[in-house]
Design a protein around this ligand. Structure first.
Ligand SMILES: Cc1cc2nc3c(=O)[nH]c(=O)nc-3n(C[C@H](O)[C@H](O)[C@H](O)COP(=O)(O)O)c2cc1C
Ligand SMILES: [Fe+2]
Ligand SMILES: [Fe+2]
Length: 386
């Protein structure tokens, strides 16, 4: 962490985590993750969220340095998930005068996670409430189910900063130089994707604010070109494809379905489709596959039949898509089977549980290995698909 000053009086005290194996026990983070936390130095001092228990020591040291001998007056709790809230008890022990600012749901969860005596320490806020701490005034907006029920965001009126909780967050530690969009998109669809309606509601609520900077709980602090990021969130949360393109996701045991999937990629590219991405569901990052499915307008699913069912990685992928509210896309199906192909029927059944999925007819059935007739069927499918 190099530059800790967000403004003259707002200091970054978060931490990078570059050794975690899987974020939320599920997501690979090749460039780590950051747990962002901030301090506002004014007549009163305000700590904006804590960090994961993995980084308590480093965070407490950052806090102490930032406070420079002063007491911590307030802690604002935007989100009770342990990657941000793990140090609430530790903080109240170290700074016994601290007041905790949250909404009614926040305090229910604090009681569930901790045994802290909150007598005279609770500041319960609701939609639109203000808390003045000097020249800075915090205004609270509830963001229920983005992606937990107690989530709220804070708009600081003096510096025009939106403290956006997990919204606008991304994977990747702060010392990583990488493009925002890919890792922010992978984060969004896998972690918040199910709650598009709630994100839309939050975007509408905050649309009238004059926002100069967005400070999320993970990843890059957004200081410029905010329309770009807000635009992406608007597209993502409304389940619109971000761009015309195709994700081909295949589940292959011995490689023949994989060959068909790569053939489909060639066919689509020969037809002039500029964006064709392919993913091996048995080996590639599942979260990246989910991201790709949401990013593009079209999806091709190619799966081997396995013990009368779907090869498990395809089943898993479809479960993930359904759990994240995958919808409003065009989907083409390629199945493979050597004696009783069933993948088409099963993929179709899984897609029926999702909204506005348009299946390209007819599906293609390969019986073991791609032959001239099945290749012709894939060509015909590509014609009607796009
Ligand atoms: C363990 C195993 C189970 C299979 N179960 C079925 C099945 O239930 N029905 C079927 O038609 N084919 C079944 N197959 C055959 C494959 O679906 C078929 O050979 C297909 O071509 C495999 O494509 P791949 O080379 O992409 O793995 C099975 C294959 C394996 C290895
Ligand atoms: Fe979270
Ligand atoms: Fe988080």
């Amino acid at each position: 962490m190099t530059d800790t000053k967000i403004t003259e009086s707002i200091i970054y005290i978060g931490t990078d985590d570059k050794t975690i194996d899987l974020f939320e026990s599920q997501y690979v983070v090749p460039n780590g993750i950051s747990y962002n936390s901030y301090v506002i130095m004014d007549e009163k001092t305000v700590v904006m969220d804590t960090v994961d228990a993995r980084k308590s020591k480093e965070w407490l040291k950052n806090l102490e340095t930032a406070l420079d001998g002063r007491d911590a007056d307030y802690l604002v709790v935007s989100h009770m998930e342990p990657d941000h809230a793990a140090n609430i008890a530790v903080l109240t022990e170290k700074y016994p005068n601290i007041q905790i600012v949250g909404n009614s749901k926040t305090f229910t969860m604090i009681d569930q996670f901790f045994d802290i005596d909150l007598t005279n320490r609770k500041v319960v806020v609701k939609e639109g409430d203000n808390l003045s701490v000097g020249i800075h005034t915090l205004q609270f907006f509830m963001a229920p189910m983005v992606h937990w029920p107690e989530v709220m965001v804070t708009y600081e009126q003096h510096s025009k900063i939106l403290f956006s909780a997990d919204g606008f967050g991304k994977f990747g530690a702060l010392d990583t130089e990488e493009e925002w969009t890919c890792e922010a998109r992978r984060y969004y669809f896998n972690i918040i994707g199910k709650y598009g309606t709630q994100v839309q509601a939050l975007l509408k609520k905050t649309a009238g604010l004059d926002i100069a900077m967005i400070c999320p709980l993970h990843g890059t602090i957004l200081k410029e070109n905010l329309g770009y990021y807000i635009g992406k969130y608007n597209t993502w949360s409304s389940y619109q494809p971000e761009e015309e393109g195709v994700l081909i996701a295949f589940a292959s045991i011995h490689g023949n379905t994989a060959k068909a999937a790569y053939k489909m990629k060639d066919i689509l590219e020969a037809k002039g489709v500029r964006k064709v991405k392919i993913t091996d569901l048995a080996r590639d990052d599942m979260a990246e596959a989910v991201e790709g499915a949401f990013q593009y307008s079209h999806l091709v699913l190619a799966a081997a039949t396995y013990d009368g069912g779907l090869f498990p990685c395809m089943e898993k992928f479809l479960n993930h898509l359904r759990a994240k509210n995958y919808q409003n896309r065009d989907v083409a199906l390629i199945e493979n089977g050597s004696w009783a192909p069933a993948a088409n029927k099963l993929m179709r059944a899984a897609l029926e549980n999702m909204k506005e999925i348009r299946i390209c007819e007819p599906a293609v059935t390969i019986k073991s290995v791609l032959k001239a007739d099945t290749e012709a069927a894939m060509n015909a499918m590509a014609e009607v698909f796009l």
